[in-house]
Design a protein around this ligand. Structure first.
Ligand code: BG6
Length: 476
């Protein structure tokens, strides 16, 4: 078959500061939201904003503090990515490294230098950095003092962050994503937006208000980016996955459309420049009024994104009458069990064709280039007696997903800019805080309790992916 991936297709991998860097107080970094999220029984309550725990204590373990020590190992790690032939490397900036408290007048030079060094290292190897400005990360000081994204003042602080990084890195970085998985704040509000709820308040109203502030911040960032460097390309980022109807009962079909809209809502605003009519009706029914400034509609309308990026791990399944239908385990996006699909060890259903379906839905809806910035299999890798990691299951997962991408491009005509697998180097799981749930081509010697040397080991998939990239997706 002729090559379907266009020349210059951005093959690569993705990580995020909060799950990789460690060095949580080094280089004058301030405390971030992720730094107070422990493993264990309190994790979910903290992540969902139900349990207020803004300080660390000795009775909990906080995996982000050292994570996989990318902070001290970035040179080795980027060299390994180069060895695999990466064309792009997706990473995020830790806000609290640049503004340790979030509201300072001056940025922290140590933090700025750290990212300068990372970008220089990438550029040395012709790796194009793809930067998420905000990936589940807010300086704790802003949570304590103004309640994070529930407060409109956050927009001003976020703009300051953007101004500093856009100017500083304008000749090094071209591709930017504003907020990672913007729809995540509806599911894990502390993770997505630093929200902690007060007793008795309308949590949904707070979440939609916070989302509105992020949407305005995203539009203003897009505006500023284009002014600072017209070559910048700005993307939104959605936790995607088409929702299927459990049966052909029209009620199930309608339910699946409504479920998808809960996620599309945010991207509709970022890409089409306005709240869709269904969203206005939805909010009315919920009796929620989003407080808007008089210019907000104009800001959203005039500053839409250049491309649509998304994560894809699985499709979803819904029913108008879910009683008696099994649920999947262990996924933030709880969904019904699809009997046609297998699942990972963590209960995430595996659906390569669902990726092609999702790509088609997104491309039909927005008619903008897509970028798959997360996809992969979380698995418990075992080092065998020869010291190797034979992760054939990961190769199979990725191979089937890349085949589906090929069909989306070749048969359906979807425009795709690039593909970055999640956790190209093992990192801390966002959902569970575990190390054991690994996604990488590169193994990191570190366990769930913080033991290990941080040594890096190439897995079998490392060599496989290298060949995928060098053949531009021809050899899978
Ligand atoms: C996405 C996030 O939700 O999925 C990542 O953008 C996250 O931060 C990834 O790590 C995989 O989820 P998990 O829970 O397996 O880490």
């Amino acid at each position: 078959m002729a090559n379907v991936f266009p020349e210059g297709f951005l093959w690569g991998g993705a990580i995020a500061a909060n799950q990789c860097e460690g060095g949580y107080l080094e280089g004058n970094k301030g405390l971030s939201t992720i730094d107070v999220v422990p493993t264990g029984k309190d994790r979910f309550s903290v992540m969902s904003g139900k349990l207020k725990m803004l300080k660390c204590d000795a009775s909990h373990y906080y995996p982000s503090h050292e994570a996989v020590d990318f902070y001290h190992n970035y040179k080795t790690d980027i060299a390994l990515m180069h060895e695999m032939g990466f064309k792009t490397f997706r990473m995020s900036i830790s806000w609290a490294r640049i503004f340790p408290k979030g509201d300072e007048l001056e940025a922290n030079e140590d933090g700025l230098e750290f990212y300068d060094n990372i970008f220089d290292e990438c550029l040395k190897y012709n790796i194009e950095p793809l930067v998420t400005i905000t990936h589940f990360d807010v300086p704790i000081h802003l949570v304590e003092t103004i309640g994070s994204w529930r407060n409109r003042k956050m927009i001003k602080y976020h703009q300051k962050l953007c101004k500093v990084i856009f100017n500083r890195y304008k000749n090094k970085v071209r591709y930017w994503l504003t907020f990672n998985e913007i729809n995540m704040l509806m599911h894990l509000p502390f993770i997505g937006a630093g929200l902690v709820f007060e007793k008795g308040e309308n949590e949904e109203a707070v979440k939609y208000q916070a989302a509105h502030h992020q949407l305005i911040a995203s539009a203003l960032a897009t505006k500023m980016a284009h002014e600072i460097n017209p070559n910048f390309k700005i993307g939104c980022m959605l936790a995607a996955g088409a929702t299927y109807a459990n049966t052909c009962n029209p009620k199930d079909v309608l339910k699946s459309i409504q479920s998808d809209r809960e996620d599309y809502l945010f991207i509709d605003v970022q890409s089409r420049g306005k709240y869709p009519r269904y969203a206005k009706k939805l909010l009315q029914r919920k009796n929620i009024t989003i407080k808007m400034n008089k210019d907000d509609e104009k800001i959203l309308k005039e500053n839409t994104v250049d491309f649509i990026s998304f994560s894809y791990y699985s499709s979803r399944l819904t029913s108008s009458n879910p009683i008696g239908v099994d649920q999947t385990e262990g996924n933030v996006f709880a969904t019904l069990k699809n009997p046609y699909l297998k699942a990972s060890e963590w209960g995430w259903q595996i659906d390569p064709l669902g990726l092609r379906i999702t790509m088609n839905l997104l491309y039909d809806r927005y008619e903008k280039p897509l970028f798959i910035v997360e996809n992969g299999l979380g698995a418990n890798d075992i080092i065998d007696t020869n010291g190797n990691i034979e992760d054939d299951y990961r190769i199979e997962y990725l191979r089937e997903h890349i085949k589906a991408i090929k069909d989306a491009i070749n048969i359906d005509g979807v425009e795709l800019m690039g593909y970055t697998t999640w956790g190209c180097i093992d990192l801390i799981s966002n959902g569970t805080g575990e190390m054991k749930k690994r996604y990488g081509f590169i193994y990191v010697d570190r366990d769930n309790n913080g033991n290990g040397t941080f040594k890096r080991i190439k897995k079998k998939s490392f060599h496989w992916y290298k060949n995928v990239i060098s053949s531009n997706g021809n050899q899978l």
